[in-house]
Design a binder for this molecule. Structure first.
Ligand code: GLA
Length: 817
């Protein structure tokens, strides 16, 4: 809800939060408050928050001789310019034709609007209720520039979105050096800034930095939102945790270079900025033109990181992801990449497809290598015609055969790229970003097409339209495998080269927008070397993203937990792959590879034809079980474990005792259906600690007043896990890894532990938890011992039951995986 009090105080309220700023007598906008809901807030209350100053302070710039108490350097502002005394990082920087850089934006008017703005070239949130749009127009004191600030209120999700547009109303050119999307000036310092940084194969690593003085910034300069620093960030009070403490979450609806920074000024105030990264950016604004900054998403929660995550998840599901697939359960897919890489032909693919269909896979995806002369990554990007040697019937023939096996068919493309060794490059070298006459630095042997050039965007629209129509194609994985170097467009004039990065992203959005509109039934999945473009801009077009090329379940647990702070499971795809894993060479149980992937959008990416029969049976059961639970796993509320490790060990010395630098002692997750009647729990132990018998599963997010059954999935233990300890039981000596060992393992299967409770209250499950069957500690093993060693995991099933005595529910046998 938007209220304007006393014609100068602007209050934006959601269900649980209030955002407030006011117009000062000078016309500047003072930020007053962002935090827990202030019900029925009044003008007097706002005046009470407003900072008071009696007289000017030493060594500061006084804004005007008429009011010596306005010192912009120490005022919380909604937006800040340059040159009038505020020496912090500005919201906006321009250079006028006379070379001057000072800007001073003051209030001109404000309006509450029914509709949301739509941007020409940029995606944005949608589904705002009528009347939840506040537009404030500021004008520079010189009178020639206007700055529109837009606020969109999403009441149910506790989100406020902000964006800004700069209009050049002068009759000369203005050079925009930066226009951020949101500025938040807070009254104190010492916020914990959580950033999600990383690299290829290790995306979304949460790093916390206390910002007490100076600046802390993350940014990307490589042309993509990047795996180096995701645009999602959090700012928490120092005492915040999973379920407590004040926390602000921010994200940007943008896929290009971005920057998030926090700066503490000399008076202990924190300025937070998010928006397009100023480095490498400059934009020539002709008279009467405007520049639109991307939209930023802000949320506040007094319930810690979980509060932020749930708000962001709901917001993304409701107001970012759109189209047919928004709320639709996603199919279980098999991707050919790690199964075959470039070594395939139709015969090999069909063998794989038959095994996939037999296992219950619903969608068969042909990854890289199907076009041009692409037998490795040195050629053919740009030449999007089928390789008839590999696929004699083309995509049409192959997709028909896959369909006749009862599966949908999907393909991989990387439309934005070109190899020098391609017909496209030979015909149009000027379509690649490069500086003529200078050596070009390559990434994965490929170059980037110049999407600032509308001809290139038109060409790609046509080419991809024809590819997507060339067979029965239900799914497209859209990849982008290099970051920018030598970012120079032969289409743009010299003075506009600072526009390349942003114009590229706008061209990309135009291209994606057209294709998504023409192919509304296709399920598109974004990918950029895994998670190099996992952002809200992409998610406005594509409902899901390949979160990382790393499919090692241990690494994936960390990566997916990182994503979970800001992104819902319904946008994060995750695959079961081979063991040893291709990225880490780590061997892990199939059960764990499945468990982790099941907490994303489940797929398989391994050569099913080479699996043993027992493994194939296990895969078949996994898929059967997943289909029954995927509504909860894909669209339920996701909760990270709070203090499982602490409860387990009784050691309170750190958040995760027993944790290594890379991994916590245990991952513990719960996914709960919207009506809280069904939930799936998960635990994963990275490394076993000797002689620790007691583990507990503590659920989260249940209804404390409901009663639930709790069970695990029946499991068998392979006796080979005990190595030569088999000889403590066997009447004859068995040499480890011998044929005899394998034969014994085939016929002798140990039952795993059973956890079964028929009626526990939600409160008990969340507060006390379930003490699990004692773990193996080196002194014996029976069916009441949990073999829970390195990389082991468990799934727990939690179902609402009618009454305390309902014995029929929680029947573990029915859950057979
Ligand atoms: C990238 C993707 C992978 C795969 C390969 C194909 O690395 O992230 O999933 O599609 O390209 O070349």
């Amino acid at each position: 809800m938007i209220k304007i009090l006393d014609q100068s105080i602007f209050c934006l309220s959601t269900r649980n939060t209030t955002y407030m700023f006011q117009k000062l007598p000078s016309g500047h906008l003072e930020h007053l408050y962002y935090g827990a809901l202030l019900p029925g807030v009044t003008g007097e209350e706002a005046r009470a928050f407003s900072e008071k100053r009696g007289c000017e302070t030493g060594n500061m710039i006084v804004y005007s001789q008429d009011d010596k108490t306005l010192l912009l350097e120490d005022t919380c502002l909604e937006v800040s310019g340059e040159g009038k005394g505020d020496i912090r990082e500005p919201f906006l920087e321009v250079i006028r034709s006379d070379g001057s850089r000072t800007t001073d934006f003051v209030f001109e008017k404000a309006e509450v609007l029914q509709e949301k703005e739509s941007y020409d070239d940029l995606p944005g949130s949608y589904g705002m209720e009528p009347g939840e749009h506040l537009c404030v127009i500021l004008r520079d004191a010189a009178g020639d520039l206007a700055l529109e600030l837009h606020y969109y209120v999403y009441e149910n999700e506790d989100v406020v979105c902000r964006s800004a547009r700069l209009l050049n109303q002068s009759d000369s050119v203005v050079c925009v050096e930066r226009l951020m999307s949101a500025q938040l000036d807070l009254r104190r310092s010492g916020y914990v800034m959580s950033t999600f940084t990383g690299a290829w194969a290790r995306e979304m690593d949460r790093v916390d930095t206390v910002v007490s003085a100076g600046k802390h910034q993350v940014s990307s300069c490589g042309g993509a939102s990047s795996n180096r620093a995701n645009p999602f960030v959090m700012f928490s009070s120092p005492d915040a945790g999973e379920d407590h403490g004040r926390c602000i979450g921010m994200n940007l609806i943008y896929s290009g270079n971005h920057c998030e920074l926090a700066e503490v000024n000399a008076y202990g105030k924190t300025r937070i900025l998010t928006g397009i990264e100023p480095r490498g950016f400059s934009w020539t604004l002709e008279p009467q033109e405007s520049f639109q900054a991307p939209e930023a998403v802000l949320t506040f929660s007094g319930k810690g990181w979980t509060g932020i995550s749930l708000n962001m998840h709901r917001f993304i599901r409701e107001h970012i992801v759109r189209g047919k697939w928004k709320d639709k359960e996603r199919p279980v897919l098999l991707n050919s990449w790690e199964a075959a890489y470039f070594q395939f032909d139709e015969g090999r693919l069909m063998k794989l497809a038959k095994a996939a269909a037999d296992a219950g896979i619903e969608l068969f995806v042909l990854d890289d290598g199907w076009f041009g002369k692409r037998n490795d990554d040195t050629s053919s990007l740009g030449d999007w015609t089928e390789n008839r040697k590999k696929l004699p019937g083309g995509l049409k023939g192959l997709s028909g055969k896959i369909k006749s096996l009862g599966m949908d068919f999907g393909i991989w493309v990387e439309p934005e790229m070109v190899n020098v060794d391609s017909d496209l490059y030979r015909n149009h070298p000027e379509w690649a970003l490069a500086i003529p006459g200078r050596a070009h630095s390559e990434g994965r042997n490929q170059r980037i097409l110049d999407l600032t050039n509308p001809d290139v965007v038109d060409y790609l629209t046509e080419t991809m339209t024809s590819v997507f129509s060339s067979g029965d194609i239900s799914y497209v994985k859209w990849d982008m495998n290099r970051i920018f170097s030598d970012a120079f467009s032969q289409y743009l004039p010299a003075e506009r080269q600072g526009e390349v990065f942003h114009r590229y992203i706008c061209g990309l959005y135009r291209l994606m927008g057209r294709l998504v509109e023409s192919f509304p039934d296709i399920l598109f999945e974004g990918c950029a070397s895994g998670g190099c473009r996992s952002d809200l801009g992409i998610l406005c077009y594509f409902p899901q993203i390949w979160a990382s090329d790393n499919t090692d379940p241990l690494c994936r647990a960390a990566i997916q937990e990182g994503y979970s702070y800001g992104y819902p499971q319904s946008v994060v795809s995750a695959h079961v792959s081979a063991s040893p894993n291709h990225q880490t060479l780590r061997a892990t149980p199939l059960e764990t590879r499945f468990g982790v992937a099941a907490f994303g959008l489940l797929g398989y990416e391994l050569n099913l034809c080479d699996l043993r029969k027992e493994e194939l049976d296990e895969v078949r059961n996994q898929i059967r079980w997943y289909k029954k639970w995927r509504d909860v796993l894909q669209f339920g509320d996701f909760y990270r474990g709070m203090e499982t490790a602490w409860l387990n060990s009784g050691d309170t010395s750190s958040r995760y005792p027993g944790a290594t630098d890379a991994f916590p002692a245990e991952y513990s997750w719960t996914c709960v259906s919207a009506d809280k009647s069904r939930a799936v729990g998960f635990t994963l132990q990275p490394l076993v600690r000797p002689n620790v018998q007691y583990h507990r599963f503590v659920a989260r997010g249940l209804d404390p007043d409901k009663r639930y059954s709790f069970s695990n999935i029946p499991r068998k233990v392979d006796i080979r896990r005990f190595g030569d300890l088999i000889n403590t039981q066997s009447p004859v000596h068995i040499r480890q890894d011998s044929l005899g060992h394998r034969v014994a393992a085939k016929f002798v299967k140990m039952d795993g532990e059973k956890e079964k409770y028929t009626s526990l209250s939600g409160a008990a499950l969340m507060e006390a938890g379930v003490s699990l069957t004692g773990s193996y500690t080196g002194t014996g093993m029976n069916d009441q011992t949990r073999c829970y060693q390195d990389f082991d995991s468990r799934i727990y099933i939690i179902k609402e039951v009618e009454g305390a005595e309902d014995e029929s529910s929680g029947d573990v046998e029915k859950e057979n995986v």
